[in-house]
Structures are given as structure tokens and as C-alpha cells.
Design a protein around this ligand. Sequence first.
Ligand SMILES: [Zn+2]
Length: 202
Amino acid sequence: MGENMGRYWTSKKSKAVVEERRAEIDLLIDFANADTTKVANQHLETRILDHLYRHPALHPDNRDWKPDGKLANIIDAMQGHLRSRFDIIIENKQMLAEMPLWEISGSVSFKLDPIKNRFHERLQLRKVKPGNEINALKKIMDLWLIEIIRDLDSSPRRFGQCPRCGGFLYSPTVKERIYCSTRCGGAARQEKFREERRAQDH
Ligand SMILES: [Zn+2]
């Protein structure tokens, strides 16, 4: 395709990576805000778990773990964990000092891929004992979030929380979004309009 002509400042590869990561941050935000008791949100949960299980940093022995009928517990744990990560980003954003967000321990390997002519850096988590698999998945969630933030070269200001419904949001452009959706934005505008009219009536 010739559409990329003129986009000389970015390679096709990095543009593809950015688009993929954008879709991933939208997925994570949707999952964090989702009512997991609703069947309609199951597709989000499937995609999240699929990504976590396939992540190369997960120890191979923990990858084959099959939870016995406790899927809802895992979903809740992952959602709670993700929400706590967004909370801490938003909390730190309002401070004038750095605070630790999170740490991931594991080993880093560095490889050269002569065919793709690239260097690869890979974090590998340690194997967790049976029963601790959820902790491994939480670490993968942390790592995934770091990868997205790094690939998007994301500024903390892009993360926010809707003042109307409390839902998390991510501003894809430099212009900061205030509300999570056009629905919340419209409702807030309407409320303001009604308040102004009430004030005029008195
Ligand atoms: Zn909202």
C-alpha cells in the first residue's frame, strides 16, 4: 500500500506495533470497567486470559495450568489487580513526587535474531508453585501494561478516571479526555444545562 508515503518519521513496523498496543490498552480499560457478571462481557475476559496465558514471559510450567472450575475467581482477581494498577497511576499523577508503581522480578535474556536482523530482550518469570498461578498471571498483567506504556511512549496524563461514573479511561490523543464515554459526557452536559436553567428561573 502506498498510503504510508510521507509518513517517513515512522516505520511500518512501529506503526503496526502502536496500533496493536492501542487496541490492547482499550481492551484493558474495557475489562477494568466491565461488569464481569454479565455474559455480554465474556469476550473481554476470554481475550484477556488468552493474552496472559500466551505471554512469552510466563514460565512454561505455569502456562499449562488448568484452573478447576474457578474461572470467575481468576477473572475477579485479574480485574481487581488491573484496577489497582490504574488507581496507583492516577494517584501518583496528582502528586509532585515519584512513587513506586510496581516491580516485576525474573530474569532478562538478550538474544540476536539474524533473520529479522533484530536484538530481543526478554523477561522470563520464575516458576510458581501450584496454587500460586494467579500471582504469576498478575505479574504478566503488570508486564503487559509496562509493554503497552513503553510502546505507546505514553504519558501518565493520558490515564484518567471519569468524574461521572468512576470508570477508567485512556486519552488516545494529546487532548485529555475528561469523561469515559460520549454517554457520560452528554449526561454531564445535560445536567449542567439543567442546573443553569434552574438558576435562571430563580
Ligand atoms: Zn463515565
